[in-house]
Design a protein around this ligand. Structure first.
Ligand code: SF4
Length: 550
């Protein structure tokens, strides 16, 4: 067995997103009020806090006000307050404005933020509260004793491509804690391992996902007003694919735009990057962006299964917060406030556990009960059928979503393909159409960009000489990638990955070539892989994107 240095904490948070940072700060403040001292640590795989945080984002400040009422005085980086809002439906060349913004979509009084800047600010506040923050540190594997999670093992540093130690080799640390709080974001790799280690009888519906590609632009003054918000449906997606885009004006000259494409093993033939580029070619976007320049770009998966897909929120020795638990309201297109609320109720549970020196599953279960009694659960409950309504296509979805606004919680029968053959057959035409669109697209380097050009603006970097963190068995490459998948889906990994990590080369012989150092840690590949043969594991901590404005 590998010898490792071990460190012990009372509470360890895995992932420095809004959920866990809110939780750590709130817990520390609760402890301080009772003059209690406990060791609290937060680890994150990014090379600085906020490096991997990517979102729209319109912040509903309800949760922030609850645990951090003085956030404005403490310099919280709010870019703008939402001052006007529109919903658009786009066809190839035309745009149609919705006559009004329904209350359920309205962002009146909400704030525009850059999630990476917001996360960095929260980390600063956590540091000021005496919480220990470790960036460059990935949670690679769980560590359990007597049927309970008691620690995590961090990434090994200094292994070469073949897995042999280099001169700078340092084995991962064993970080132990009384309770570990998992807040890794969408499709977390530690949570996946925990689900195998501690199988639950509580069956949630499979999670749904989309991939969001986001760009931050500098534009000439005059096109948009600070705080202007646009939500967009339609072009370039066909009506059978769920997704949509946004434009948020942080200032008259700095804007966030993005496009989300639903992904999954049943719809692997997609290219979220291409959809984003084609979205910008629509006159609505092209006019706003004319004369501007792209300054940052990135991609990330987003959960959209809502209430039906929430996994168990606690297990022996751990709690699950934020988007790790799929706490996103797809109807309102936001989840940061729900993530922070989960962090707040997790902190209250942890506080009681520390007071009573009781970390049993029974004690930790009160987190689930607390969350179920919160406004966050109520909000998710009201929106529980929104995403499902679009399973029968955009038009039925819009109609059903409209009815749900009148009758919240209205349940609609869905039209998901019943078996894999059905999906494969109906996919042949879709594949043909997709390849035509793909071949017809040529980025101009001004309005539209190639994947490599966008990657350059994501700050992504990895140590090149390290084991590949995308794990596919050699026998699966031979039998599936180079045969079955090639025939059935024409190797969609080459398209759905927004960072050109996957390439099928033909010379000197057909092979799958991986470029793992391009990886944006978006997790699209693990989710959209139609055969379930790709496993995303953590590379050396510090690798991945370096978002600053996203
Ligand atoms: Fe995203 Fe990396 Fe997978 Fe590409 S290889 S889809 S960038 S996680």
């Amino acid at each position: 067995m590998q010898e490792r240095e071990a460190l012990e904490f009372d509470i360890l948070f895995v992932g420095a997103g809004p959920a866990n940072l809110a939780s750590a700060i709130h817990l520390q403040r609760l402890l301080q009020r009772q003059s209690l001292e406990c060791s609290i640590a937060v680890i994150d795989k990014g090379r600085y806090t906020g490096a991997h945080l990517l979102s729209g984002a319109i912040l509903d400040t309800r949760a922030l006000e609850e645990f951090f009422p003085d956030y404005r005085e403490k310099g919280c980086p709010i870019e703008a307050e939402v001052i006007s809002e529109n919903i658009w439906f786009l066809t190839g060349k035309k745009k149609f404005s919705f006559p009004f913004v329904p209350a359920a979509f309205s962002n009146e009084g909400n704030q525009l933020v850059s999630l990476s800047r917001f996360g960095a600010w929260m980390a600063e506040q956590a540091d000021n509260e005496g919480i220990q923050l470790f960036d460059n540190t990935a949670a690679s594997a769980p560590y359990s004793e007597n049927g309970r999670l008691t620690g995590i093992i961090t990434d090994n540093k200094g292994l070469d491509r073949e897995g042999n130690p280099k001169a700078n080799f340092e084995p991962g640390l064993l970080l132990k804690a009384k309770v570990i709080v998992i807040g890794e974001g969408s499709d977390g790799s530690l949570l996946r391992q925990l689900a195998q280690l501690f199988p639950s009888e509580q069956n949630a519906a499979p999670q749904r996902y989309g991939t969001g590609v986001k760009e931050t632009w500098r534009i000439p003054e005059g096109g948009l007003k600070q705080g202007e918000v646009h939500h967009i449906f339609g072009y370039p997606l066909s009506p059978d694919t769920y997704g949509g885009g946004w434009i948020y004006a942080f200032s008259p000259t700095l804007i966030s735009i993005g496009f989300v494409t639903s992904i999954g093993p049943s719809s692997p033939v997609c290219d979220p990057h291409l959809n984003m580029q084609r979205f910008k070619q629509h006159p609505l976007l092209a006019e706003i962006l004319e004369g501007g320049s792209l300054i940052e770009s990135g991609a990330r998966t987003i959960t959209s299964g809502g209430l039906d897909s929430i996994p168990p929120l606690c297990g022996p020795g751990f709690l699950v917060t934020g988007e790790s638990a799929g706490l996103v309201n797809t109807q309102r297109q936001k989840g940061i406030h729900l993530a922070m609320k989960s962090g707040i109720v997790a902190a209250e549970t942890l506080f009681e556990a520390l007071l009573h020196d009781d970390f049993s599953v029974e004690r930790l279960k009160s987190y689930e009960e607390r969350f179920k009694s919160s406004w966050a659960y109520e909000e998710l409950h009201a929106a529980r059928n929104y995403r499902k309504a679009f399973d029968q296509g955009l038009y039925t979805g819009l109609l059903n979503a409209g009815l749900q606004l009148k009758f919240p919680g209205l349940s609609i029968a869905t039209g998901i393909a019943k078996n894999r053959d059905e999906k494969t057959k109906s996919g042949a035409k879709k594949l043909q159409r997709f390849m035509l669109e793909k071949e017809g697209f040529k980025p101009d380097g001004i309005l539209t960009f190639s994947k490599d050009q966008n990657l350059y603006r994501s700050g992504t970097m990895h140590e090149e000489n390290q084991p590949c963190h995308l794990v596919i068995k050699p026998e699966d490459i031979a039998a599936i990638c180079l045969k079955r998948c090639r025939e059935e889906f024409a190797n969609p990994c080459q398209h759905f990955c927004p960072a050109s990590v996957y390439e099928i080369v033909t010379e000197p012989q057909p092979a799958l070539k991986l470029n793992p150092s391009n990886c944006l840690h978006c997790k699209t590949c693990e989710i959209a892989d139609p055969y379930g043969i790709i496993t995303w594991t953590t590379p050396e901590g510090g690798g991945g994107p370096g978002y600053k404005l996203s």
